[in-house]
Design a binder for this molecule. Structure first.
Ligand code: PRP
Length: 188
């Protein structure tokens, strides 16, 4: 695929992403096998993807997990990237009850942390048996709500605007097979 002129640099190419996703899948599988053992089949974990960015990561991740796993999706919208806590809106809820279920929350990127912070409270209140957080990218420069991530693909300290592999800018670039930083002048 020809690289768009708005791309500043590729941070993780397709091969690096695939290697890391397989490692995460193996690590999560080991942990669930160790902790849930014989209950895995009776009560499989649910991979909860956050629409829309996490869809591509989730679909690769669960195929790297050779254990029973269900999946479901939520969508939470925030009003503007610098919105204050409390301005999040649940656009789409899970289809099934999570009471007594083991949840693996799958995010493409954690930025300020407010989405995951909000979700942790909500799902804990619904009586989930356990909640683990998996983010492909942990971008810490603008963190405002502390979140404890159990699994992280890549860490980024600089405050770049990232696109690709599910991440968008104005709904573009989600289908790029790599993750790249946009040129600052391309972000209005
Ligand atoms: C992005 C990303 C996370 C959230 C992280 O979603 O997918 O869900 O922002 O930001 P935070 O840590 O500051 O809360 P976005 O709202 O852009 O929607 P999208 O998934 O449809 O791209």
């Amino acid at each position: 695929m020809k690289q768009a002129p708005e791309i500043l640099k590729v941070l993780w190419d397709e091969a690096a992403i695939q290697v890391r996703v397989r490692e995460l899948g193996a690590q999560i599988t080991r942990d669930y096998e160790r902790n849930l053992s014989e209950t895995l089949t009776r009560n499989p974990p649910i991979a909860v993807g956050l629409l829309r960015g996490a869809v591509i990561f989730l679909s690769d991740l669960i195929r790297a997990m050779p254990i029973p796993v269900e999946c479901d999706f939520m969508q939470i919208a925030s009003y503007g990237k610098d919105s204050k806590p409390g301005t999040l809106q649940l656009v789409r809820d899970l289809q099934n009850s999570v009471c007594e279920r083991h949840l693996l929350i799958v995010e493409d990127i954690v930025d300020t942390g407010q989405t995951l912070g909000h979700l942790a409270q909500k799902l804990t209140a619904r009586g989930a048996a356990s909640i683990r957080f998996c983010a492909l990218i942990d971008k810490t420069a603008r963190r405002r709500t502390p979140v404890e991530l159990d699994y992280v693909g890549f860490r980024l300290q600089e405050d770049a605007f990232l696109v690709g592999y599910g991440l968008d800018y104005a709904e573009k670039y989600r289908n790029l097979p790599y993750i790249a930083a946009l040129k600052p002048e391309a972000v209005i």
